[in-house]
Design a protein. Structure first.
Lengths: 383, 121
């Protein structure tokens, strides 16, 4: 297809060279799959290691004008419900930008380094996020978009071995000692990289922020490892769905709160009612009230009966008379590792307990679904 | 027996008033491995262009259209347990449904193999 009007990541030619089928995604030409296909790419990531170009995502550096990173952390807490102040240097945390209604403007990862914060935000939201950050932090922080950096994810049980193989021995030791959500600055292929032990597949793995000029060298070095194959956006979506991870714009958006979305684990005690820095983020009154009193709907996992995938948008009911709507599916598809359809969606709270039977409407027909604990596959994180 | 092709990347093998319908190798390659195939119930009467079946890959659901006016006879029974058969052999064992053509004159608007090959370029 014609993708000439789209933005390219530093790996565009690399994707073409590896047979990537390029599609438009958030204004970028991105590989939806390679010649192996989504199913094989998905399984490869669960069994070996998959290389994902996620350079379309926004990388943002926040620096306090005082020079003290603690001031940047305190400032960012004005926009997110997570505890950033207590985040230790070399650690990363998941959070959301909230709006005054308690809805989610975007979800993001925040890393604390010795002197700055690094944020990774969704590609489709990054322009709005940057404007939001600049408006919210103008008084005390500089917000720099790291346009000149690429971001490459390496995911799967063999990711550690594959990445360690291209590091200097001492750096490989450092890498192997990293815990889930640890972040280290290490040289890779001669370039200064920031590596986090995190990802979006439910597997162990890393995200490597690297100068754009060295991105191809890194991708080449990784793909030369026997465990590594390139993985497109198609498998990225099926992997994250099986892992029960939210896709912004589908499972979470401005109309869903972190509590409805089941993300209360990402709001630490210090930011909750009675905490040392309770509230203070947009929509805090609503979100903290929901934490105390509960919510009327919840995001849940759903296992449709049979083999037909039930996808985002499908309405949910209690019975096949389709009389009483109780919610809708927000993401769904076929889980290659589960070898069955899997979905996520919102249901009215009385129907949210695991094991509850509900009905999805698919092409006018009733598909029984069972509310299921998330994730659908056991997480492979290195704790 | 005559084989026709559509611009929607379907093929029909017509014998008398009965057609076997499937997707072309090109379509199968584009869709990737299929995980589910659902054909409209037997005896469903369809106008050309109406959805006769849905095929699902990991990524997306795609309609398979009635290439001409007709009536669904049956879906390929093999595909219930093995939808990937379509991906493996789209123009053979991976046929999707059989169909009774009710207006044979419409067949002349479809492509032959040479014209379809030209369409793919």
């Amino acid at each position: 297809m014609d993708t000439t009007a789209l933005l390219h990541t530093p790996l565009y030619d690399w994707h073409m060279r590896h047979g990537g089928k390029m599609v438009p995604f958030a204004g970028y030409a991105m590989p939806v799959q390679y010649p192996d296909g989504i199913m094989a790419e998905h399984r490869h990531t669960r069994e070996q290691a998959g290389l994902f170009d996620v350079s379309h995502m926004g990388q943002v550096r926040i620096t306090a004008r005082s020079g003290n990173v603690a001031d940047a952390a305190a400032a960012l807490e004005r926009l997110v419900p997570a505890d950033i102040v207590a985040l230790k240097p070399g650690r990363q945390r998941y959070t959301q930008f909230t709006n005054p209604a308690g809805g989610i403007l975007d979800d993001l990862m925040v890393t604390r380094l010795e002197d700055t914060l690094l944020l990774v935000v969704n590609a489709a939201c990054k322009a709005a996020d940057i404007a939001h950050l600049r408006a919210g932090l103008a008084a005390d922080c500089d917000v720099d978009v790291l346009e000149e950096r690429a971001l490459i994810a390496l995911q799967g049980p063999k990711a550690e071995d594959a990445l360690a193989a291209i590091l200097a021995p001492a750096d490989a030791t450092t890498l192997r000692a990293m815990a889930f959500m640890d972040v280290r600055a290490l040289p890779v292929v001669g370039a200064d990289c920031v590596i986090s032990r995190s990802g979006y597949t439910g597997e162990d793995g890393f995200e490597i922020s690297i100068p754009a000029s060295a991105a191809v060298a890194l991708a080449d070095a990784l793909i030369a490892q026997p465990q590594v194959s390139p993985i497109g956006l198609g498998a990225r979506d099926s992997l994250r769905l099986e892992a029960g991870l939210c896709l912004y714009g589908a499972d979470i958006d401005e109309t869903t709160t972190p509590i409805e979305a089941g993300l209360e684990w990402s709001i630490q005690k210090s930011r909750r009612a009675g905490g040392v820095r309770a509230g203070g983020f947009p929509g805090a009154e609503i979100i903290l009230a929901q934490l105390a009193q509960g919510v009327t709907r919840l995001r849940v996992g759903l296992r449709p009966e049979g083999r037909a995938p039930v996808r985002g948008g499908a309405p949910l009911y209690t019975t096949d008379s389709f009389a009483d709507g109780i919610g809708r599916i927000t993401s769904g598809g076929f889980g290659p590792t589960v070898e069955a359809p899997v979905a996520m969606g919102y249901v009215a709270t009385p129907h949210a307990a695991a094991g509850t039977r509900v009905v999805a409407e698919l092409r006018g027909r009733a598909v029984p679904c069972t509310v299921s604990a998330l994730p659908f596959v056991p997480a492979g994180f290195r704790r | 027996m005559t084989v026709y092709y559509t611009s929607e990347h379907e093929w029909l093998r017509v014998e008398g008033d009965t057609a076997v319908v499937g997707i072309t190798q090109h379509a199968a390659d584009e869709l990737g491995e299929l995980v589910f195939v659902e054909v409209r119930p037997a005896d469903t009467a369809l106008k050309a262009g109406e959805s006769a079946a849905v095929v699902e890959s990991v990524k997306a659901a795609s309609d398979i259209y009635a290439p001409v006016d007709g009536v669904v006879l049956e879906g390929n029974p093999v595909l219930a347990d093995d939808p990937a058969r379509v991906s493996a052999d789209p123009e053979g064992e991976g046929w999707i449904f059989t169909f009774r053509v009710t207006d044979a004159s419409q067949l002349s608007s479809l492509m032959d193999a040479a014209a379809y090959k030209a369409l793919l370029g």
